[in-house]
Design a protein around this ligand. Structure first.
Ligand code: UGA
Ligand code: MN
Length: 249
């Protein structure tokens, strides 16, 4: 099976650094197709140039998050979900272009860190695989909790533990067939916040008993929900205006 990795991404100073880390990780994974979806009205030259040099098979899509869904400067970051429209465009693309492919779909945000081993773990997913995610939800890790038979029974999370699937976007992968078999299913935040992942898996008609725990019975952390510090470039104004200023960072 091919691993389809879906990455929403938005323009900002550290974008190229984030994408570089992902590219140089994914290039070590065989049969991986990277679907990069920009949060923009059109493809940026930066990402276009970047992907043309990156040695990973990729598709470059775009969709702009509508203004009313964009977080305002004074709003807490959990108020509005990010990357929703972008992941949904990727779902449409997969249904349209890859409906007959054998594959697995993984939603990989551009700021996380991925262990190569994670891709071996997810590749042979029947329905949906799950595993721990490090440094998320104000915990060292969140993880599915298994019973003695190795089935998921609940979730180690400090936040909305009553969600049916109380995991982060980086904590699961689904077989492409589930996505093509349910052509209407999309990411939706619904009425309450933080329900993207659980709504998506519920909408795909999954039950806890369907989940395939990976990473040695969910004992290993193979992905970290890292976040990059916002670069401060306030000294740029003090620099002489020389042509190197035009360089694309
Ligand atoms: C957490 C989860 O890990 C995300 O999967 C989830 O989408 C997000 O919360 C949410 O609440 O929606 P977090 O680190 O807070 O993640 O989110 P970001 O990493 O800032 O954004 C998730 C993805 O969306 C990233 O790949 C980012 O580049 C992209 N994004 C972010 C956009 O496409 N547009 C934006 O305006 C902001
Ligand atoms: Mn993030």
């Amino acid at each position: 099976p091919i691993i389809f990795v879906v990455t929403p991404t938005h323009s900002r100073l550290e974008q190229k650094a984030e994408l570089t880390r992902l590219c140089q990780c994914f290039m070590h994974v065989p049969k991986l197709h990277w679907i990069v979806v920009e949060d923009r009205e059109s493809r940026s030259r930066l990402v276009e140039n970047f992907l043309s040099k990156c040695k990973v098979v990729s598709s470059h899509l775009f969709v702009k998050t509508p203004d009313e869904s964009v977080l305002k400067a004074n709003e807490s970051r959990w108020k509005k979900p990010r990357g929703v429209q972008q992941r949904n465009v990727a779902l449409s693309y997969l249904r349209f272009e890859h409906s007959r492919s054998k594959g697995v779909v993984f939603f990989a945000d551009d700021d996380n860190v991925y262990d190569l081993e994670l891709f071996n773990e997810m590749r042979h997913t029947q329905k949906a695989s799950v595993w721990p995610v490090g440094l998320v939800g104000k915990l060292k890790y969140e993880t599915p909790v298994l019973d003695s038979q190795g089935k998921v029974i609940f979730w180690r999370t400090a936040w909305k533990g009553t969600r049916k699937f109380a995991l982060d976007m980086a904590g699961f992968a689904v077989n492409l067939k589930l996505i093509t078999d349910s052509p209407k299913v999309q990411f939706r935040s619904g009425r309450s916040i933080g329900m993207l992942e659980t709504n998506f898996l519920s909408d795909l008609n999954l039950e806890l008993s369907d989940l395939e725990p990976k990473a040695n019975g969910c004992t290993q952390v193979l992905v970290w929900h890292t976040r990059t510090e916002k670069p401060v470039i306030k000294n740029e104004g003090k620099m002489l205006k020389i042509p190197v200023d035009q360089r694309e960072v």
